[in-house]
Design a protein around this ligand. Structure first.
Ligand code: NAP
Length: 285
């Protein structure tokens, strides 16, 4: 079994973004984060993303709002960022408190500043195969990771476990695109799928985006399969683990992306890339 080192690929992408940003004269790309509430995992994600911005020369600002912030107040912040000429990208960290409708919030972000790629216009463009939108960072990062390791996708049977709007669904759309570096035959499984192990065992590339520690066991994986672990789960002893029982399948899979150090860093790298391309697009307007 070989490890897919997402961290090193992400660092290469980060270095390229930094080179490109350093060549820009005048204003640098600007990314605004909005964090509502005090969820510690969300705070850690935003800290990591902000740090990556500062390493690459992207200017970032953080708007921190209390948990009880109303949806209307949040929308006001977004509308003001939409018209701020120094802001190229807007990222509202999910999950939002339950009293706020995250779909309404995503829809209020200017699609040209939607560097998370969750706006219906960008999701629609992805589904239609139009290339001028923003791709959601985690699924795009997974595709780039497979390409970087020259793991063939074309013609392969990909099984994604998880159908969320931020990972499973857009990932399926990306990997089934009619392009030589995609062209996969994609199956998406979820909590209501029957005979899940039979489905996962048919995968050349198995992608777990479930949110349950060590859910994917050896008997669910075909020998020689490529396994991508998207899950980030915090155990009661503080350890961070994925959705895949990595130790069990170590001798079974051909490639595996570890947690941490696999998909996570790629998500941040794609965010940096999206912010730079938002800057370029917005500068051309
Ligand atoms: P989510 O919205 O909770 O979706 C989980 C999906 O897993 C759902 O489609 C659910 O099915 C499915 N599922 C749950 N239990 C299942 C079961 N027993 N059998 C089969 N399918 C099952 O989660 P998410 O936002 O997609 O995130 C998934 C994981 O990836 C989490 O651990 C999250 O922290 C991690 N993540 C990591 C990154 C990164 O950068 N590395 C980014 C985003 C998310 P139903 O639809 O039927 O409920």
């Amino acid at each position: 079994m070989h490890l897919i080192d997402g961290k090193s690929i992400a660092l290469e992408i980060q270095a390229e973004v930094r080179r490109n940003v350093s060549l820009l004269e005048g204003r640098k790309p600007g990314l605004a984060f909005i964090l509502v509430g005090d969820d510690s995992a969300s705070q850690a994600y935003v800290r990591a993303k902000k740090k990556a911005c500062s390493v690459t020369g992207i200017t970032s600002t953080l708007i921190e709002l209390p948990r009880e912030t109303s949806e209307t107040a949040l929308l006001h912040h977004i509308l003001s960022l939409n018209t701020d000429p120094n802001i190229d990208g807007i990222l509202v960290q999910l999950p939002l408190p339950l009293h706020i409708n995250d779909r309404t919030v995503m829809r209020s972000i200017d699609p040209k500043k939607d560097v998370d790629g969750f706006h219906p216009i960008n999701m629609g463009k992805l589904l239609l195969g139009e290339e001028d939108g923003f791709l959601p960072c985690t699924p795009h990062g997974i595709k780039i990771l497979l390409n970087a390791y020259k793991i063939p996708i074309q013609g392969k049977r990909v099984v994604i476990v998880g159908r969320s709007n931020i990972v499973g669904k857009p990932l399926a759309a990306i990997l089934m695109q009619k392009k030589p570096d995609c062209n996969a035959t994609v199956t998406v499984a979820h909590s209501q799928s029957e005979h899940l192990a039979e489905i996962t065992k048919s995968a050349d590339i198995l992608i777990a985006a479930i949110g349950q520690p060590h859910f994917i066991r050896k008997e669910m994986v075909r020998k020689g399969a490529v396994v991508i672990d998207v899950g980030i789960n915090r155990l009661s002893d503080g350890r961070l683990v994925g959705d895949v029982a990595c130790n069990e399948i170590a001798e079974h899979a051909s490639w595996i992306s570890p947690v941490p150090g696999g998909v996570g860093p790629m998500t941040i790298a794609m965010l940096l890339q999206n912010t730079l391309s938002a800057y370029v697009k917005n500068s051309l307007l």
